[in-house]
Write a protein that binds this ligand. Structure first.
Ligand SMILES: [Fe+2]
Length: 383
């Protein structure tokens, strides 16, 4: 076999295999424009101005509310986040041959095999080690300003929270890029169902990468996906699940690019980003590399959070949610569905149970992972 043909065959095989498993990661890296309309927490509080915030959300499919958390609150959240990372590293060390764990004050330990960084997906999301029940996540969720934003969006007094995880990017580690997707099933949920959110803790810039959203793409939902041969096989496989990757050669991506709808957000410290689950989105990795001799740094950190009206969650689901808290489970943005991490694979679920026990043990003094009995009344009301 000719060497070139051999290489092409391998590449083609890989592409086809990856495409068949619907984890193609093939979407081109579009250079998005960097701009967005910003709102302030005062706009959310004002009856008159909140109408404009809602209009923006409905028109574009997302909205940014700037400076919701102040510097002190961001610092406290980061402190708890580091408690989580260091504890998860100690737990990993104690179950492996590693002799030590990472330290927030020593960036050289963040990528050293002997000082393990907790396992991530897509290069920067931390869904394991009970991140969804970490004090860092609960610190954000129980912030009155965050709760109020969701109350205002839904127009209700009582909301319940998701058990989402957290994400942390190190400059030294390349994250996934261009994995455009929607988080709502177009055949089962036809109209607006929920909004997702994150609270940003480290400023992002044009070069740091970060959230990428496609403005107005929620308006192509569900008609673009239903009865579309590009999506039919995957939708059949999904069986009601909500994560749908946008096919890389879907002409709609070209249209969005031409219309300059692809937006990379620059978020400041304490900013809140909310988006409609029908809006196409992904994250783009950093475009700059760690230079020789340069000290590693955290390029992105955020806590994912979503809340929905209490009335949308059944009593049975609330009982499951209560049990999920003490079991240390991390969930998705769907508050009314207790999706157990790794439930489809018993081995993975068992491993996560072990990690949770380790986190409770190692992080006991710092209260790194919260149990129901350790929560404030306000936190419990969100469950
Ligand atoms: Fe998503």
């Amino acid at each position: 076999m000719e060497p070139l043909f051999f290489v092409v065959s391998i590449i083609a095989h890989r592409l086809l295999t990856r495409r068949a498993s619907w984890h193609s990661k093939l979407a081109a890296r579009y250079i998005p424009k960097v701009e967005q309309a910003r709102w302030a927490i005062a706009d959310v509080a004002s009856e008159q101005r909140f109408t404009r915030v809602l209009d923006h959300f409905r028109e574009c499919g997302y909205v940014v509310i700037s400076g919701v958390l102040d510097d002190e609150e961001v610092e406290s959240a980061m402190f708890k986040l580091w408690d989580y990372l260091e504890t998860a590293s100690r737990v990993t060390s104690s179950s492996s041959s590693s002799s030590s764990s990472l330290s927030r004050d020593s960036p050289s330990t963040w990528t050293r095999d002997s000082t393990p960084w907790p396992a991530t997906v897509e290069g920067g999301i931390l869904p394991y080690f009970s991140s969804g029940q970490s004090s860092a996540a609960w610190y954000i969720r129980s912030n009155e300003k965050i709760i109020n934003i969701f109350r205002r969006f839904w127009g209700v007094d009582r909301v319940l929270t998701s058990f989402d995880g957290i994400l942390v990017w190190r400059k030294s580690v390349k994250t996934e890029t261009g994995w455009f997707h929607i988080d709502q099933n177009p055949t089962r949920k036809h109209s607006f169902s929920t909004l997702q959110g994150l609270v940003n803790l480290v400023p992002s810039s044009k070069t740091s990468g970060g959230n990428v959203l496609i403005e107005t793409s929620h308006k192509d939902f569900p008609q673009h996906y239903e009865n579309n041969p590009l999506y039919s096989p995957r939708l059949a496989e999904l069986n009601g699940e909500d994560w749908l990757e946008i096919v890389s050669d879907d002409p709609i991506l070209k249209r969005y690019k031409k219309e300059r709808k692809i937006v990379q957000l620059e978020l400041g410290k304490g900013d809140v980003l909310l988006w409609d689950s029908r809006t196409v989105h992904c994250s783009n990795s950093s475009t700059s590399k760690l230079k020789e001799g340069e000290v590693d740094r955290i390029e992105r950190a955020a806590v994912l959070v979503s809340m929905i009206p209490e009335g949308r969650v059944s009593e049975e689901c609330r009982k499951e949610r209560r049990a999920a808290v003490d079991a240390g489970r991390t969930g998705s943005h769907w508050v009314d569905k207790v999706a157990v991490l790794g439930a489809e694979r018993e081995e993975e679920a068992a491993l996560e149970r072990e990690r949770h026990e380790g986190m409770k043990r190692e992080g006991e003094n710092l209260g790194v992972i919260l149990s129901f009995s350790e929560m404030t009344e306000q936190m419990r009301e969100l469950i």
